[in-house]
Design a protein. Structure first.
Length: 120
């Protein structure tokens, strides 16, 4: 699998690409960072995470965020497999992080990555 190297897509007149696990992580970052109904070509791409990020933190909100992340993985990132229980929301000061334990289907090796939801 290939994907654009987001956010450094262009360099010296060429397009930067990432491959395999890094491509899956890049695509997940794009899906979690995009707001539904904001892209003209695919209005259903993305999540509604941005509207929940500044709500009062509690267990119900954490469950909503986990559901949004899990749905995005199931719909937009078919190269990785995870279960809902393997997704955790971590509050680190003013930063909101998502920890996902997953299996990349090409090599069937379990792995984990952490994505910040509050960075631009």
């Amino acid at each position: 699998m290939n994907s654009f190297s987001f956010p450094n897509i262009f360099s010296g007149g060429k397009t930067n690409l990432v491959y395999d696990k890094e491509a899956a992580k890049s695509n997940l970052k794009l899906a979690l960072g995009a707001t539904k109904m904001s892209l003209l070509g695919d209005p259903y791409f993305g999540t509604n995470l941005k509207k929940y990020l500044y709500e009062q933190a509690d267990t119900v909100l954490a469950d909503i965020l986990i559901d949004e992340v899990y749905s995005a993985i199931q719909v937009f990132i078919p190269q990785i497999v995870t279960q809902r229980k393997d997704i955790k929301i971590i509050l680190d000061g003013t930063d909101v992080l998502v920890q996902v334990q997953y299996t990349y289907l090409n090599d069937i090796i379990p792995d984990m990555f952490i994505i910040s939801l509050t960075e631009e």
